[in-house]
Design a protein. Structure first.
Length: 687
């Protein structure tokens, strides 16, 4: 035996000695398909990097023949760093897109004899052109929502021609837009992109998969290069990524996948945990290993997380805490959102006084708009903070523009006799704010939440004696100035999504009232389960201290009508627990065929997507044309005038009076006042 071989064997044995029994089993299982179900904080990255290094040092793997794939650049960088420390730095650790792009850049010129199309940094520019071709608004929030929906469609292998049908079936929606409209914009976007010789990031995966599927020489060369595959965060794999992985494997089974079904929180973007949970069905001979020893959190936190997950349909693992005991998890109501933020800021101040670094403290919430109350409360106590994954509240474009418009109204004296709150609402309505929240996720919803936060601030400010619009603007300017101080180290403010993969000593989970978690638009069992998993991810970010809280009202002085999230029911002490009335929603059914209605537009129309349109399509198009012109005149997004679903109802019922109009879903007194005459005139012209 050579000295190099002996040194390799010794190094391999040293590597295994550093692992717990389950991690060691992962590292020693070097051949065949392997699935690792790794709970939060169980050392999955440690296990898989030691597995790779053990394979290299024991001579089973050649470093150049291993491809380790993960989902974020940060995770890939961390994996490369760990592998270097373990003496396996020559192994490729990349994101799916990075690995595919490397192959595409090499093979495309050889296969097609042309330069690879350039990659666009953002879809927005091309989408604006596509939207104009479809006579659609180029509102930035709408374009961002369309971009997200097109990304979902492409990673889900949904073609433009099939989009409307599949989106209806799966309950997808873009606020204010019919499914066929989104499908047409999708097709136009692909045409614009093709005409300009460009490609997007989804095309990187699609084109790589296309070359591998169509050219056996390319596929054979890639498969000679890579013989061993490791995929981290496998619960986040999309149908497109799964197809690409299958093409890389080419019928082989030397693959190890690692993930946690209980941390699947990106289903809305195309992630599908079925590839992880169904791995042993696809590979019946697979070895399945569970990592259950949690090294991150105290037993108190682990127990709470296990109790939460026990009621979930997600097939996660039951964690076993390895740390010493710590403080009890706390659960606390607050009378309103301001009081909740102030109480948490006070607790953070106490932690700082006790020596806790602020970089080891996080406040996590469901949506970005919730950050403002915590920015204000922390600023009042001189506690620095950083926002992860989003701009500070007053730096957000929709907030900056709104404050500018409110300031202009105050200076011009246009407020007249209207009250402070009504003036703010009227100003925001001119930008697209509505009393009712948009019925789906996305940038349009996020923008509405930011505007709604300004409305809430106006309502709170107006409670003071002598409150004026000018004084309110001065207060907004003060808040914005205080929140702009440069920060080197501070408390992290983040959404649950942005906190994934991170951890802190002390974590505060706030705003945990029903309607915020689960959020209102989570209206299917699957969506509600994803909301539960979000809370699980938030809870398992904490090492030592975990505090959960909720506000019983939005603003000070309001009635305490809110209840804690239903997810907290098994966790709350009996003295704090609130009975949730059983949810017995009547299932709406199609008036044509009787099938259940699943999506918002279907429920609004009262007709499922499979039944033919019962409205006058020519009239519907005339109404859309009028809406486009009116929205342009009012400088608001088209859906603020009427959504497509409401226009379809108008085209179907052909109202002849204001009373007829008021009977249509989506038409209220304010809509009648603004648009009633125009709509009734169109009805007269169509008769």
């Amino acid at each position: 035996m050579s000295q190099d071989t002996e040194r390799g064997i010794d190094r391999a044995a040293d590597l295994l000695a550093a692992l717990d029994p389950e991690q060691r089993r992962v590292a020693e299982t070097l051949r065949g398909p392997v699935r690792v179900l790794a709970g939060a904080g169980t050392g999955k990255t440690r296990a898989i990097t030691h597995r790779i290094a053990h394979g290299v040092h024991s001579g089973v793997y050649a470093p150049s023949e291993v491809l380790a794939v993960t989902f974020t650049t940060r995770a890939a960088g961390e994996m490369r760093g760990r592998l270097r420390q373990l003496g396996a730095g020559a192994v490729q650790a990349r994101t799916f897109h990075s690995a595919a792009l490397r192959q595409l850049r090499y093979f495309w010129p050889h296969v097609h004899g042309t330069e690879l199309p350039s990659i666009i940094e953002s879809k927005i520019g091309l989408l604006a052109t596509a939207a104009r071709r479809q006579r659609l608004s180029t509102d930035q929030a709408l374009l961002r929502d369309l971009a997200s929906e097109i990304e979902w469609a492409k990673v889900s292998n949904v073609q433009p021609d099939d989009y409307a049908r599949i989106a209806e079936q799966r309950g997808r929606s873009v606020t204010g837009q019919a499914h066929d409209t989104v499908g047409r914009v999708f097709a136009a976007y692909e045409e614009v992109k093709r005409d300009q010789g460009r490609m997007d990031m989804e095309d990187v995966l699609l084109l790589t998969a296309g070359i591998l599927a169509e050219d056996e020489r390319v596929a054979a060369q890639v498969r000679r290069q890579y013989k061993w595959f490791v995929v981290d965060e496998f619960q986040d794999v999309s149908p497109l990524q799964s197809a690409l992985l299958d093409l890389w494997l080419g019928g082989r089974d030397e693959i190890c996948v690692v993930g946690d079904p209980a941390q699947t929180i990106y289903s809305f973007a195309g992630a599908n945990a079925d590839y992880l949970t169904g791995f042993t069905t696809k590979f019946p001979q697979a070895t399945s290993i569970e990592l259950v020893r949690n090294y991150r959190s105290t037993p108190q936190i682990v127990t709470a997380a296990n109790i939460l997950l026990a009621r979930s349909t997600s097939k996660g693992v039951e964690l076993r805490a390895q740390r010493p005991a710590g403080p009890a998890v706390t659960y606390a109501p607050a009378p309103d959102e301001v009081a909740e933020a102030q109480k948490i800021a006070g607790r953070i101040q106490a932690l700082r006084d006790q020596g806790r670094p602020l970089s080891e403290v996080a406040v996590l919430f469901r949506i970005n708009a919730q950050s403002e109350a915590y920015e204000e409360a922390l600023s009042d106590l001189g506690i620095p903070y950083v926002i992860r994954g989003a701009a500070r509240f007053f730096d957000r474009p929709e907030v900056r523009e709104a404050v500018t418009r409110i300031r202009g109204t105050a200076r011009s004296g246009e407020a007249g006799d209207d009250g402070l709150v009504d003036t703010v609402k009227a100003t925001l309505a001119g930008m697209g704010w509505t009393v009712e929240a948009p019925g789906s996720r996305g940038q349009t919803r996020d923008r509405w939440e930011s505007w709604q936060a300004l409305v809430s601030q106006a309502e709170e400010f107006a409670r003071a004696d002598g409150a004026t619009l000018g004084a309110f603007v001065d207060d907004l300017d003060r808040r914005a100035t205080e929140q702009h101080a440069p920060v080197a180290e501070g408390v992290t403010l983040a959404t649950f999504h942005a906190a994934k993969g991170l951890e802190w000593d002390s974590v505060f989970l706030c705003g945990l009232q029903d309607g915020t978690l689960p959020i209102t638009y989570a209206d299917t069992p699957a969506a509600i389960e994803e909301e539960r998993r979000l809370l699980y991810v938030g809870m398992t970010r904490a090492r030592i201290d975990l505090a959960l809280s909720w506000a019983q009202a939005r603003n000070p002085g309001q009635a305490a009508r809110r209840k804690p999230s239903r997810f907290l029911d098994p966790l709350l002490p009996a003295s704090t627990r609130v009975e949730h009335a059983p949810v017995n929603r009547k299932v709406a059914s199609c008036r044509e065929c009787g099938k259940p209605l699943r999506t918002g537009p279907e429920k609004k129309r009262g007709r499922c997507s499979g039944c033919p349109a019962s409205y006058d399509e020519a009239l519907f198009e005339r109404l859309r044309e009028w809406r486009k012109e009116r929205a342009g005149d009012d400088e608001v997004p088209a859906f603020v005038v009427f959504t497509d679903a409401t226009l379809q109802l108008i085209a179907e019922h052909k109202p002849r009076s204001e009373a007829d109009l008021l009977s249509i879903s989506g038409v209220g007194p304010s809509k009648i006042e603004r648009y009633g005459d125009d709509v009734l005139a169109l009805m007269d012209a169509s008769s």
